[in-house]
Ligand binder design. Structure first.
Ligand SMILES: NC(=O)c1ccc[n+]([C@@H]2O[C@H](COP(=O)([O-])OP(=O)(O)OC[C@H]3O[C@@H](n4cnc5c(N)ncnc54)[C@H](OP(=O)(O)O)[C@@H]3O)[C@@H](O)[C@H]2O)c1
Length: 316
């Protein structure tokens, strides 16, 4: 079968026309991949330095996909085999760990509500336990998690949402998606300057921060938490390490909450995925995507590294 293959950690995948077929076992079946969604986690895993480990080389990457079930229905899953991922004609998955797509939603659109959508929705709903009328700040608002995060906060009852991004065009989009106010956070900014800009738009401080970036934006956001506020740490698109003064956390009685989709029970994941599909079909939730053939995997990989601002979908 055709497959994108990682031969060396730190290198992009190479397209192979004759990769060995995955073999099913008692629990898992080899199913045709209809569409694969690319995510930052695919690059982290392929770096060989992912905090949760990387598969043995060589392997087929791709943590999520839309597969064709034996009865012909299309279904989403992020429970694919570590060495036979979604960037191939076939993948290996337990059919019980798939979610058939609701009628009316396309495969590419549904993939937006998989790994990225879940990180936005469940970090707010399950981890921050967002309460009605709370003031929310969404960092990295130009990324997929950020764009869905702005809308998820609204749908989950936030009183106000402020969006922060390095890109002016992303801020305009965040406003259209429901953010009341926006703050430009240039990559090289000083955290104190960023904090001042955040305080200008929300002098009362934030009760919840959705943080997919870490680095200076997260440090600035922590300095703008209201007493007792929560920052949900979802990703480190900006930087893996950031020093925080201890007194800043104590003084604010702040909670920094680690979040990963890996820790979500399957029924919660399934429920949140279907809720987002439903919100999309009702016209309440939007996320941009771009489709390309699997042959363009090297180009897609590089674009994912830059932060494409849209979900990249590969068709095998
Ligand atoms: N914990 C989990 O389960 C989970 C699940 C999904 C994703 N994640 C993580 O969440 C993060 C975002 O994922 P995504 O799907 O939204 O990726 P994405 O669509 O590629 O977006 C990444 C965003 O990060 C921001 N960013 C990148 N480099 C930056 C820098 N140097 N300084 C400041 N901001 C920077 C950018 O936002 P702006 O353009 O707005 O500046 C960019 O659009 C990734 O780190 C990913 O690994 C975690």
């Amino acid at each position: 079968m055709r497959a994108a293959v990682i031969d060396t950690y730190g290198e992009p995948p190479v397209l192979r026309p004759d990769w060995s077929e995955p073999r099913g076992d008692e629990q898992r079946q080899a199913l045709a991949v209809h569409a694969a969604g690319l995510n930052p986690v695919d690059l982290h895993i392929a770096s060989g330095r992912f905090y949760a480990g990387s598969p043995e080389l060589p392997y087929v990457p791709g943590r999520e996909g839309i597969v064709e079930l034996p009865d012909g229905r299309l279904a989403w899953s992020d429970q694919l085999d570590q060495r036979f991922g979604s960037l191939a004609e076939r993948t290996l998955v337990d059919p019980a760990r798939t979610v058939p797509l609701p009628a009316g939603i396309g495969a590419a659109q549904a993939l937006c509500f998989g790994i990225a959508g879940l990180a936005a929705w469940c970090s707010l709903e399950q981890r921050a336990k967002l309460r009605p009328d709370e003031r929310v700040l969404v960092l990295g608002a130009g990324g997929l998690v950020g764009q869905i995060g702005v809308q998820a906060a609204r749908l989950l009852g936030a009183g106000s949402v402020v969006a922060a991004s390095r890109r002016p065009e992303a801020l305009a989009r965040a406003r259209a998606l429901g953010a009341e106010a926006t703050v430009l956070t240039p990559a090289a900014s000083d955290p104190a300057e960023l904090a001042a800009a955040l305080r200008e738009v929300e002098p009362r401080g934030f009760q919840v921060v959705l943080d997919p970036v870490w680095g200076p934006p997260a440090r600035a956001a922590l300095a703008c938490l209201e007493r007792g506020g929560r920052l949900v740490q979802v990703g480190n698109a900006a930087r893996a390490e950031q020093s925080i003064a201890a007194g800043e956390l104590r003084g604010r009685v702040a909670d920094v909450l680690g979040y990963t989709n890996f820790a979500l029970p399957w029924p919660v994941k399934r429920g949140a995925f279907l809720r987002m599909c439903g919100e999309h079909l009702a016209g309440n939730l939007h996320a941009p995507y771009e489709e390309m053939p699997l042959d363009r995997i090297a180009e897609a990989w590089e674009r994912q590294r830059q932060g494409p601002g849209a979900k990249l979908i590969l068709r095998p």
